[in-house]
Write a protein of this length. Structure first.
Length: 247
């Protein structure tokens, strides 16, 4: 359980790492658009004999890792909202009101951005493409979209966000419970990765779609943390050299 003591000063935040790693990853993803990596990885999960992706109709991937997993994260988000509301009235929760508020905001932003971005980008899913038994034409992320009656809705990866949105839990715990925060980071990264691979096996997304999702979710949760919770320790005052130093 998160400590209910007075909110401490934040642990040092290395912006070169927190912003630099996502920036480098984004540049690499843009460069990968010049290669066939996405298509090559998708082909690993496609069975040309059956004419479908190997996980397209998998009960485990669709019903458990997709539907049930999404419901669990939604339930967690609802509990976070109730916790935040309760923090205005319950004495034990009042000291972590800001943390709960940051958690709720991060979860909301990291999941709600996906649908409108999908509508704007109109990127096709692998299962819709001619190479995988569909009728749509493949186009790179930064290329114009071929005319179609059914615009794609596959970038960024939506289900991956269900896992990567839990980066919010890492930032909520970062200053009060750093060890637990690290476990939350591993959980978020692991769940996001599992959900990403499962949807790739179903033909719902390319590899890059899910990595972009991880970048967006991280930056959103980082931004919410910096805005709401980040409180760096005050810089130590310089010793007045004109005054004698006490023993």
């Amino acid at each position: 359980m998160v400590s209910t003591t007075v909110r401490p000063a934040s642990r040092p935040l290395n912006f070169r790492v927190c912003l630099g790693v996502p920036a480098v990853a984004a540049i690499i993803l843009v460069l990968l658009e010049l290669t066939s990596l996405d298509m090559d990885l998708a082909k690993l999960f496609y069975d040309p004999v059956a004419g479908d992706f190997i996980g397209r109709h998998s009960y485990l991937l669709e019903n458990i890792l997709h539907d049930r997993a999404k419901q669990v994260v939604i339930a967690f988000s609802v509990l976070a909202i109730f916790g935040f509301i309760a923090s205005f009235y319950v004495d034990k929760l009042k000291p972590i009101k800001r943390e709960l508020g940051c958690l709720v905001l991060s979860l909301a932003l990291a999941t709600s951005f996906v649908t409108p971005v999908k509508a704007v980008t109109a990127v096709q899913c692998p299962w819709s493409l001619e190479q995988f038994g569909g009728h749509e034409t493949y186009s790179e992320l930064l290329s114009p979209r071929p005319h179609t009656e059914k615009p794609g809705r596959c970038w960024p990866g939506g289900h991956a966000a269900t896992g990567f949105t839990l980066f919010a839990l890492f930032f909520m715990l970062r200053d009060r419970r750093p060890k637990l925060a690290r476990k939350a980071f591993v959980l978020a990264f692991a769940l996001g990765s599992v959900f990403s691979i499962s949807r790739m096996m179903q033909g719902a997304h390319f590899f890059s779609h899910n990595v972009w999702t991880a970048i967006f979710c991280w930056l959103i949760c980082l931004g919410a943390y910096y805005w709401i919770l980040y409180r760096p320790a005050p810089k130590a005052e310089k010793v007045n050299k004109t005054q004698p130093v006490s023993a």
